[in-house]
Design a binder for this molecule. Structure first.
Ligand code: FES
Length: 322
């Protein structure tokens, strides 16, 4: 695991469509690329609306000296996926060497890997690494349709009948209760998918009487209960009202309006960007994995980097005192 963020120059080496809405992009990186574990991430400097910011993507298994990512083009893209899809062969980019925040424990007796949609990106690398080590594993991969599934042929090559696909358009869904009931006691489950899938898995995992430490997960921050809508926040003690359009996060809008914010992961994991919600005229669409279920239900806090309001207006407190 790397602890220090190290930026490097790189060039787009290859672009390949791997699903209807997913492109794999391989980058040739200047200098040596240290080996990295499956589940690792790299940051990319992206240009959006004339400015630059960073976006984080899970890295895939790649050739030596390369870093590869799979990017889904989001209909409500905040600009990151549009930028990445606009890259051309040979184009220069800045990226960081991979760091791991979704670590695989190599010592489990059995592994259940669950992927939902673009959640395949870390799970794909884990499946290949575990299969290469001869680990006992099963993988279930769900998506809205077969055409939206990436890397299926490669996964079949590595896993054979240990891979099950669930094509939602054919009425196929992951039977979490059955999957968890079939696991041996020393099994671990690794899951990456939308927040709804994670919440359902957490509930089924607890109902199966399994220790929460053996359910390891990551979600993608754009997976909420509601479609993105414009909402407005009034910042307590600051004469500032911020309108947050669908293609922007609350954190970005606050920073853009000159509000001092503390933040780090921008993935709904660390909780540093959480703001207090004093009044809300609509439901909070919690998209983080930092707040607990009770805190989310209370609706007094939200992680501004990923969570949104389902329209309307709210008064928030960012901790500023005159
Ligand atoms: S910056 Fe980490 S949860 Fe928002």
């Amino acid at each position: 695991m790397r602890n220090r963020v190290e930026w490097r120059d790189a060039k787009v080496a290859a672009i390949r469509q791997v699903a209807e809405d997913v492109r794999r992009i391989d980058f040739a990186v200047e200098g040596q690329v240290p080996s990295f574990d499956p589940g690792s991430h790299s940051n990319f400097r992206v240009s959006i609306n004339g400015g630059t910011t960073n976006r984080t993507y899970t890295v895939l298994p790649a050739a030596s000296g390369h870093i590869a990512v799979a990017v889904k083009l989001h209909p409500q893209s905040r600009g990151g996926s549009r930028f990445m899809w606009g890259l051309e062969q040979g184009q220069a980019v800045r990226l960081t060497l991979p760091e791991n925040r979704f670590e695989l424990n190599w010592r489990a007796g059995h592994y259940l890997l669950l992927a939902g949609g673009i959640g395949i990106t870390p799970i794909y690398g884990m499946a290949r690494a575990l299969a290469a080590r001869g680990a006992s594993l099963r993988m279930v991969y769900a998506a809205r349709s077969r055409g939206l599934m990436a890397f299926v042929d490669e996964l079949h090559d590595h896993l054979g009948d240990r891979l099950t696909l669930c094509d939602n358009s054919q009425g196929q869904h992951i039977d979490l209760d059955a999957e968890f009931a079939a696991l041996p006691a020393d099994a671990e489950c690794y899951l990456c998918g939308p927040i709804g899938m994670l919440e359902a898995a957490k509930a089924a995992w607890a109902a199966a009487g399994r220790p929460i430490s053996r359910l390891r997960y990551e979600v993608f921050g754009d997976s909420g209960l509601f479609a993105e809508q414009t909402f407005t926040v009034d910042v307590l003690n600051r004469d500032i009202s911020v309108s947050v359009p669908p293609d922007q996060t609350l954190l970005e809008a606050l920073v853009g309006a000159g509000v001092d914010m503390i933040y780090d992961c921008q993935r709904g994991e660390c909780g540093l960007c959480a703001v207090s919600v004093l009044e809300a005229g609509s439901e909070i669409d919690h998209r983080d994995v930092f707040l607990g279920a009770e805190e989310k239900a209370e609706g007094h806090k939200m992680c501004s980097c990923v969570s949104r309001l389902n329209g309307g207006r709210a008064v928030i407190d960012v901790g500023y005192r005159p």
